[in-house]
Design a protein around this ligand. Structure first.
Ligand SMILES: Nc1ncnc2c1ncn2[C@@H]1O[C@H](COP(=O)(O)OP(=O)(O)OP(=O)(O)O)[C@@H](O)[C@H]1O
Ligand SMILES: [Mg+2]
Length: 267
């Protein structure tokens, strides 16, 4: 049965989708069967997999969630899963913007996504859920479905104290909606070793949260190659395997899978 990982942070632009794209590739390269689910109406992850004009597709995440809300049977897996580079994708489109409104009146509204994922969980080793930058009902669905939460965060964000809000939300979820959810850890992205801000924030975060939440030793450096890879609908791992962000994403994946280099403060 798959391990389901939510990749979430209500702050925009912390490299959630980029991390999902690259983690999927690195896991696939290790021989794991991976499904990614785009849970964001911006559909960036869908785009990162080269799925163009998703609004023209018959079946995206919105349609599946709509089926569950309407208590209809889900269609066959083949009708909604798109495979790219041996990674299965459930795409999103702008239609997903309507889901929050649809969810408000739905029965068991926090568990609509879980109903879909539970049906296909046995087919994968890892399922990655790319959340939107909000803590609305859609993100609650993501957290209700997941075994763990991975939090990509940029150094700037950590100083904004927004992390505390996210952690408080997770503790509430753990009490009421999903008792099983655990923290996968905090991944620092767009990290610049040379700046004081990056170093200071790393220290603050380790001091504030390090005893409860793993802070991955691997940090993802800032590099223009990541944007170039995204624009070509590729992971940076495929686009430029020797690039420092590509190497960092592989290293981070090892840390995630094997728990090696546990949080001992060493590189
Ligand atoms: N390591 C990096 N170096 C440089 N640019 C990066 C890096 N990681 C991500 N980016 C760029 O930062 C921007 C935001 O990344 P991404 O879309 O992955 O963030 P996100 O958290 O998913 O955003 P949103 O909250 O809107 O969903 C993108 O333009 C992406 O190309
Ligand atoms: Mg995103």
């Amino acid at each position: 049965m798959a391990k389901v990982i939510a990749i979430a942070n209500q702050k925009g632009g912390t490299a959630k989708s980029t991390t999902c794209r690259n983690l999927a590739t690195a896991l696939k390269n290790k021989g794991y069967k991976v499904l990614v689910v785009d849970c964001d109406n911006q559909a960036n992850l869908t785009d990162c997999f080269g799925i163009v004009s998703p609004e023209k597709l018959d079946m995206t995440l919105y349609n599946l969630m709509e089926c569950v809300i309407m208590e209809e049977d889900l269609p066959s897996k083949e009708s909604y899963i798109i495979t790219r580079e041996n990674i299965d994708v459930i795409p999103a489109s702008i239609l997903l913007s309507d889901i929050e409104i649809r969810l408000v009146a739905a029965m068991s509204r926090e568990y609509i996504l879980k109903t879909i994922i539970d049906e296909i969980k046995d087919d994968y080793d890892y399922i990655l859920l790319d959340a939107m930058p909000s803590l609305g009902l859609m993100t609650l669905n993501v957290l209700a479905t997941s075994d763990t939460l991975l939090i990509p965060a940029t150094p700037e964000y950590l100083s904004a104290k927004g992390l505390e809000l996210l952690l408080r939300t997770v503790f509430k979820i753990k009490k009421r909606i999903n008792k099983e959810i655990e923290f996968e850890g905090i991944l620092l992205t767009m990290f610049d070793e040379r700046t004081n801000l990056s170093q200071d924030m790393l220290k603050v975060i380790k001091e504030s949260y390090g005893s409860n939440i793993r802070v991955f030793n691997t940090k993802i450096p800032k590099t223009v190659k990541v944007g170039e890879a995204n624009a070509r609908s590729m992971s940076v791992i495929e686009y430029m395997p020797t690039n420092k962000a590509a190497i960092a994403y592989e290293k981070f994946t090892n840390e995630l899978v094997y728990g090696e280099m546990m949080n001992n403060g060493k590189e």
